[in-house]
Design a protein. Sequence first.
Length: 710
Amino acid sequence: MTARALLALLLAVALVAPTGMVAGTPSPTSAADTTGSTDVTGAAPGIAQATPPDNVTNGSVRHRDPAAVGEDGSVEDLRRWLVGQLAGRLDGGAIQLSEGDYDAARRLLGDQYSKRLDQLVDVVGDTETTRTLNRTRENQEETTEAVREYRETAEEYREARENGNNTRARALGRELELISERVTRNANETRAGYGRLGNQTGADFTEASVAIANVSANVSETQAEIRDELFRETNLTASADGETVSFTDPLVVEGELRTENGTAIGDEPIRLRVGNRTYATQTDDEGRFTVTYRPVTLPVDATNVTVEFRPANRSAYLRSATTLPVRVEQVTPTVSVNRTPSAVAYNETLTVTGRVSADEVGAPAPVAVVVGDRRVARGRADGNGTYRIRVSLPASVDAGERPVRAVVPLEGRALARAEASATVTVEETATALSLDARQVADRTVQVSGRLTTASGEALGDRTVRIEHDGSELTTVRTDASGQFRTRVDVPEATPDNGTFAVNATFAGSGTNLDRAQGGATVELVDLTDGDPENSYGDGVGGQVAGLLLRNPVALASLLAGLLVLAGAGAYAVLTGSDADDDITDSVDEGVEAGGESAPEPTSATSMAALLDRARGQISEGSTDAGVVTLYAATRRLLEAGLPDEYGRTHWEFYRSARERLDGGESGVLRELTEAYERAAFSPDSTPTERAQALIERVGEFRDGDDPSAD
C-alpha cells in the first residue's frame, strides 16, 4: 500500500460518522451532539490555517506503515488534522461552558476526545504535546464541574436567604468560598494549558481562553457579593516565645483576632489550626488567645508554620491566617504495645493497644500495625497518646508464632520513627474446595467450583491450579464469592470417548489457609455433529436456554417474571436508584483510632484499612479501583449511625452529607464524589497524581476535626 493510500484509508476511517449520521462541520453550539458520539470535524478559529512547529512530531512513531514516513505530507497531514480535532473540542467545550451548557461542555471532552487523542499518540508517540492535550482536557473538565457545582450551590444559597435561613445560608456561603477557589485555580491551569498548546501546535486558543477567563471572573464577582452579604473579614496576628520547637519543647503561640476594621472578636470560642493540628480555645474580651503547639508530623526542615483561624459554619466571620518562623528539632517517642487475643486465625479480630509518648506527654501520632512482615492496619493515637486498633487478620500472614509490631511510621518529621513489639500465634484455617466438570465442546471441558473455609466462608481472589494427571492445565482466580470457572482442552492422549479426570488444588502457600483439593471426572462423547444438550450455548445460560426452548410452560413463566422485573426497573429509573451505591456494603472492618472522641470501631476500622488498600491499589497503577475503594471507605465513615443514608446515589448522598460538614470537609467530599463518578463510569482512568492527592485530602479530612490530629 502506498503512503498516500494509507493516509486516505486512515482519514476515511477517522471521518466515518456513526450509523445514521453524517459527519459535518458543526458550529460550537452544535458540536456537542446529544449522543456524545458525533465528531467535531471543524477546527477552532485559526486552527486549520496554523502551521505547527516541527518539534510536535518528536518521539517514537508507533502503529503505522514506515513507508508513510517517507512521503512528504502524509503523516504530517494526519497529525495536523488530529490536533485540529482536539483543539476544536477544547475550544467548543469552553464556549459551551460560557453559555451554561455543562453537559455539552463535558461531552465535547469525553469519549471522542479520548479516541482522537489515542489516535494522535499512535501517530506521533507519547510526546509533550499529547501530554499537554490530556492535562488541559482534565483541567477544563475540572473547571466545568466546579462552575456547575458553584451555580447549583448558589441557587441553594439564594433559596436559603429568601427563606430567612441564615444558618444554612452561611454554611452554603462557606462552601461557595471553597468552590470559587477551585474555579479560579482550575481556570488558571486550563488557560495556562492553552498557552502551552499554542506554543506547541501553533493553534489559536484566544476565544477559548477569553471564555474561561470570563466564566472565572463571573464566579469571583458573584462570590464577592455573597461575601459582602454574609461575612466579615478578619485579621489574625500571632507571635511565639521563640523559633525553636519540638514535641517536648512546645511553641507557645499568642495572638489577637479582630475584624477588618480593628474591632476585637472578644469572648468567643474559636478554632485555630497550627500546622496540621486543630485547637479549640477562647478569646478574651480584647480578642487575645494563647495555644501551646507540639509538632508531630511537621517536617524537620520546615522554616515556618501557619496559624489559621477557622470559623464554624454558623459564624459570620471569614477565615484568616499568618505564619511564624520555626526551627524544628526531632524527638524520638516511646511506644508501648499489647495485643489480644494471644492466638488468632484468618478473619478473626486482633486488637492492638498501647501508647505513644515523649517525656511522659502523650503524642497523637499515626500508628501502623504489622503482623509478621505484613502491614495490616493503620490508625492514630488520641490526644493522650493512646491507641486501640482492631483488624480482621488477613490470609496473607503466615501461620505460626508471629511478631505484632506497633510502628510510628514517620520519616523526616518532628517525631521520629519508633516501634514496639509483641507476639501472637497465627493459627492455620482449614479450607474446602468443590469441583464440577462438564463437556461443552468436542474436546473442551468446563471446570467450575468454589473455595471456602471449612466453615463455609468464601475465599475470594485466591489462585486455584487446575491439573490432569499431575500436569497443570491452567490456573484461575476465585471471585468474591469464592467461585471460579474456566475451560480446559482435553489432552491429545485422552481418547475421544474416554474418561477425563481433572483435579483442582489450592496450595495455600504464603498464607494462613490450609491446602485444599477437589476432583471431578467427565465421560467424553463425540460432539463433532453437535449435541442437543449443548446446542443452545455453553455454561449456565446455554443450559437454561435449552430448557426453556424445550419447555413452553417454563418459558411463559420466565416471560411473566421479566415483565414484573421490567416494571421494577422502570421504578428504579424513575426513583433514581443506583446499584453502584451497594459498594458501601462490601467494606471490611479494619482500624479503630482510640480516644473518647473517636468514631465507632466499624467506621474507623473501615476508613483506615481501606485507606491502606486504596494506597496500595493506586501505587500499583489501579487508580480507578483505588478511588472507588477510597469513596467506599469515606462513605461508610460518614454513614455511621445514619441508616437513612443507605441507598442514595453518590450525588444524593453528597448533598445530604455536606449539611453536616464544615466547608473544608464538604469540599473534600465533593472532590471525592467527582473522582468516584469518573472512576466508576468514565472510560478515562483517574490520573495518578489526582488519586494520590485525594488519599491525602481524605486522610486530612478524617482527622480535620480531631483536636489531637497532626
